[in-house]
Each structure stands twice: as C-alpha cells, then as structure tokens.
Design a protein around this ligand. Structure first.
Ligand SMILES: *Cc1c(COP(=O)(O)O)cnc(C)c1O
Length: 436
C-alpha cells in the first residue's frame, strides 16, 4: 500500500482522514472481516495507550486511575488498560465480572452501581473490590454484610456535589435532585455521622456527568467535596484518604470542539483543590469518554443512494440508531463527523454535495446526519463515522435485530480481532427459549 507514513504519528489528536484510510485499507486486505461485511468497527489501541499515558502523566504518580467500562466493555480493550496499570470502573455487577475477565486485580476494580442488591454487595466485598456506596439504604446493607462476612474492600460514599448540570442535562448526575449519591447540602450532617459510625468508610467519591461538563464545573464539584472531606476528617478525627474524583472530562466530536486536555484539567485541579495533591491523599479517577471516544472509528458501506421527491439526496448505510443511540434520539446534543472513501477504501476526491445519511432501522427518525455537505456519496462507497469509541457499541440496541459488526483492534500498523461479528445464528439464539 502506498499511504503516507506520517499518518502513523497522528495519534494524539483525533484520528484524521489519512489514518482512517490506512486503517480501512488495511482492514479490507486483512482477511479478518467476514466476506460480505457491510460494516465493521475499529478501536485504535495505539491511540488508546497514548491517551492512558497522557492521563498518567498529567496526574501525580500516586493517582490510581480506573477506566469506565461502560464507555467500551470489550474485554480485549479493557486488557489494554489493565496492562497500562489502570484499574476498571464497573457500573454493574456484570461489569465487575468483565473487569475480572480482563485480568484486573480485584483491589483495582471500582464498583459504582446505584442499584446494588444485597447479593451484589456481598459478592463485591468477598472479591475485595473498591465499593462506592450510593445512598443510605445501601450503606445499611453494606454494614450488615460486613458484620456477617467482614470485608477487605476500600469503601467510600458517593456525594452529589450539586453544582448544576452543565450543557447536557440527561448525562448530568451532579445537580440537585439527581438519583446518584448523597446530597452535599441536605444530607451533610448524616454523611458526617456515617463516617463517625463506620470506621471502614475510608474514601469519598463524586462524579458529575459526561461530556457536558467543563473543567470549571468539574473543579467546582471536587472543591465542594474536598471541603466536606476535610470537615469530616476534623469531626471524626481520622483521615479519609481516598478521594475518587470520577470521570466526566469531555471529548472532541466536531472540528470546533476544543475539550480540555488531561493536563489542563489536572493543572486546574492543582490550583483550585490543592488538598487533593497532598501526601495524605490518594486520588482516584474514572475517565471513560475522554480516553475512548477518539479511539473508535465505525465503517459502513453505503448501501443505496437516491433522490427523494423533494430532490434531497439520501444515502442509507448499515449503522443507525442501533449503534448511535444518542446521536439519533438526541441529535441536538450529540453529533459525529464523517469521512467518505471509494469502494476500494481510497479517500474520495468527489466534490462536496449535501446528503442525508440514514441508518438501516425501520423507523423514519433513524437519521445520522441531515443534509450534510460531504464528498458526493455513491453506492458501495465506504463511510467512516469518527469518534465512535465510547458509548456507542456499549449502547447497542436490538431494534430490528441486526447483528453487531466485527470489532478490530489497530496497533502499530497491525490489525487484530477484538470481537468477531455476531452471526444470524447468534441472533436466533438470543431470542430463543434456550431449551432444545
Ligand atoms: C459513567 C461514569 C464514569 C465515566 O464517565 P465519562 O464521562 O465516560 O468519563 C465515571 N464514574 C461514574 C460513577 C460513572 O457513572
């Protein structure tokens, strides 16, 4: 292949068109894809490792980072984070098991579900995972479980810092009345009392939301919880040494997006919450989107291109609301950019022409982009959807029962299979009774 080798270096920013071309053409030649694959996904592991490194570099070396599994639960992807020294953050007991399957040491797994059952709590404590308690009902369940079976878990309370919702309300969790965590204002006295009563409460946790939060909002939340932490320490006379600041750092999806770098976030934290950086404190993080979003590319063949009676041009592709749930249902908040390649995988040289890109599902709202100006799309071209590495495959919908496409990993110019595509037989099995 004669492709510009400088494409290899462009891993720190978003995946650009030449790197996407290199990945597409490598994938088409790799022999890894099913013969008639109409779509596939790629996770750029090289870029992911670089992003993990940027976070490690930006924060103090004592920081215990974990990667949010729900952003991208592929076990082969999680293994990369574990190999780089990251722990894994689990939003459910199932994700705790995914972390174990990825080889994550149990004491680096953070279990954060807001709906933990008694059995899940007992299981988590037996495994020795880090556990953040969401509410006082859960706290009494944890207390009883510890009385029954003991615990080697580091346990903290999740605090709702009540700093407002940022720019995207439905992925915010940090405003007054959120279903997550204990209210920093209303429940302040009971929170302090809980630390006084339970000597095994050694940590404190907060998480503000995803994508809609800028550095100012994130820092404000951490600062409020830090004031509470120091107040608790002086009231109960012992250190609350683990401070988990959550995730929430935004990612870039559009050319004009300019999200804060990990270093900018860490520097701002250093200025506004110096207590977090003192030797008596172990900081923990749980980033997902900011690490993963830019590592994912989704490729689809253009199945049909036609003119509608209103003379608009419509292209139907093989990924829609089943893959891009938020962009389709909440299009004002979530958008992606596209590249166009010809059927051999070469960058399209056509002139720009507005096109509506529709997914394959059976409802008229399954639209990924409305009258978008991109190089004129033809039947059997390839379209790449950028920044699909977080909250895309992990939110896959079964509407219309299309099979999940293959996911390839890309590292040092080499492709590997991270997860083979589902087969028709898998789908039949999924909806069957399980009896012969
Ligand atoms: C989802 C989630 C994260 C990760 O959020 P990102 O926006 O992907 O960084 C971290 N912590 C908790 C508790 C979460 O629910």
């Amino acid at each position: 292949m004669t492709i510009d080798a400088t494409a290899v270096d462009s891993v720190s920013t978003r995946i650009d068109q030449s790197r996407a071309e290199w990945i597409l053409r490598s994938a088409l030649e790799s022999g890894l894809l099913p013969e008639h694959a109409s779509s596939f996904l790629v996770h750029d592991l090289e870029r992911m490792k670089q992003r993990l490194g940027e976070f490690k570099h930006a924060f103090p070396s004592s920081t215990r980072h974990s990667l949010a599994i729900k952003a991208n639960p592929l076990v082969e992807v999680l293994k990369v984070a574990v190999a780089e020294g990251f722990g894994l953050e689990a939003a459910s007991i199932e994700e705790v098991e995914l972390a174990i399957a990825a080889g994550c040491p149990h004491n680096k797994i953070v279990f954060d579900s807001p709906a933990k059952t008694v059995w899940e709590i007992e299981h988590g404590l037996r495994c020795g995972v880090i556990l953040n308690v969401d509410n006082f009902i859960e706290l009494s369940r944890v207390d009883e479980a510890i009385r029954r079976g003991g615990s080697k878990s580091a346990i903290g309370l999740r605090i709702n810092p009540e700093v407002g919702s940022g720019s995207i309300a439905h992925t915010s969790v940090g405003s007054v009345g959120s279903k997550f965590g204990l209210s920093i204002s209303d429940q302040r006295e009971q929170i302090i009392q809980a630390y006084a009563t339970h000597p095994w409460l050694v940590g404190i946790h907060t998480h503000v939301g995803s994508q809609g939060c800028g550095v100012k909002l994130l820092c404000e939340a951490v600062a409020k919880v830090e004031r509470l932490r120091r107040e608790i320490e002086s009231e109960v006379g012992r250190p609350i040494s683990i401070f988990n600041i959550g995730g929430g750092l935004p990612a870039a999806y559009l050319a004009d997006d300019n999200p804060p770098t990990p270093a900018e976030y860490a520097d701002q934290l250093r200025q506004s919450v110096p207590g977090l950086f003192q030797a008596d404190t172990t900081m923990m993080t749980e980033f997902g989107r900011a690490i993963q979003a830019g590592c994912g590319l989704a490729f689809s063949r253009v199945e049909t291109v036609r003119r509608l009676p209103n003379s608009r041009k419509l292209a139907v592709i093989h990924l829609g609301a089943d893959f891009l749930l938020r962009p389709v249902y909440r299009g004002d908040d979530w958008k992606h950019e596209f590249f166009v390649f010809d059927r051999q995988g070469k960058i399209s040289t056509e002139h720009d022409e507005p096109v509506t890109i529709a997914g394959p599902l059976c409802f008229s709202g399954d639209i990924l982009a409305d009258q978008l100006s991109i190089p004129s799309v033809k039947e059997h071209d390839w379209i790449a959807i950028r920044d699909c590495g977080a909250y895309t495959l992990s939110m896959w919908s079964r509407h219309c029962n299309r099979a999940i496409p293959a996911v390839l990993g890309f590292d040092q110019g080499r492709l590997s299979m991270l997860r083979p595509s589902e087969t028709v037989a898998d789908i039949v099995q999924l909806w069957s009774s399980g009896s012969e």
